[in-house]
Design a protein. Sequence first.
Length: 415
Amino acid sequence: MAAVTTVSPVLCKGIMRSTSSSSRPGRRTVRALLAAVLAVAAVGTGLVGTGLVGTAEPAAAATAVWKGTVPAGTTLRPGDSVTSPNGQFRLVMQGDGNLVEYGIANAVIWASGTDAPGAVAVIGKNRAVDLVRGSTRIARWAQGGTGQSTSFEVRGDGTMALLVGTTAIVNWNGYQDRVPAGSTILPGTTLRSGPTNANTLTMMANGVFVQRNAGKNVWLTNTVKQYGATAAVQQDGNLVVYSKEGKALWASNTSRKGGGALLVQVDGNVVLYGKDDSRSWSTRRVTGLAWPVVGTTITGRFGDDRGAGHNPRYHQGADAPVRVGTPVYGSGTGTVTTVVKGHAAYGNYVVVTYGMTSVLSAHLSTIAVKKGQVVQMGTRIAASGNTGQSTGPHLHVEVRQGNTLVDPLKVLKFR
């Protein structure tokens, strides 16, 4: 059989656009219109990109909702949707021509990027999913080979697949890594730090809230046999596992920090942040080097393709979208090894070395340290800015280990 096709989303026209092409099917029809949708894609979070998805114009008749799977041969018309078995993730055929998958709190985790009002999605038996308007095919996701496709599936971790029997032939690797305060995580839902299963957090059907690294349990709640339990990221700052009857079974006891967000991080930790974006609870003790600024929002990730004309084309660090003047701190105990002002690309920047690891902070407005100075995690070394080759106020962070560039988010922990 031919290799499985994996669809990787990229940002396009403010939404994510595809670059390529099992339980029994069940269908229930609801007599209601889907509300017009305006959702913001999650950032650095993994979610996979940022931007706005246009307002949907649902069908003027009853809409159809399939749970778990939809049979091949089905046409999804404006307003129709396919959801994960528990309804937490949902793929919606919008009236504006975009096919969009939404997660918790309406986070956009995948979108077709096709502005074609009136288009429909055809789940074909020909090993393809097509977006069609009239007689024109707008987009196709397909895999060659033999054997008719039989169904399309939306899973509890946000991934989707076109199936031949129980075999996935085209995969959509959407995921959600961040859940804002005021959200509920339903039984059967999995959050992930990225496209792989390196770090996951799952609300199990048996009531256990469990974190896994590379498939191994590293943290869990003692709430087994509490079938139907849910996890709530509360506005008061607490993370709570509730029984089906509404009884609190486990809690983080972190109301003093206020409501922020729960984040499944690429560094292997799961962290609950308060309203000021500071850490209030985590599954693992936080050690090592810290992210230079207070905050968890990332607008540019390591390795992003910034397109032809950029030098370097592929992003060498990670960006924090902070205002000019935001304090930049040391990441630990280290020595300032480089201080530069007025660089053509980096603007004002500082490099601090921590053993075999060096951290560069660029586009600074002011620098508060000198070369050779020893700094600590709480030492203010600079203020963020918009100097050098910068399109807007932000902090650019690069990390090198043994003179090799590495992903800063895999080395530096959010404060």
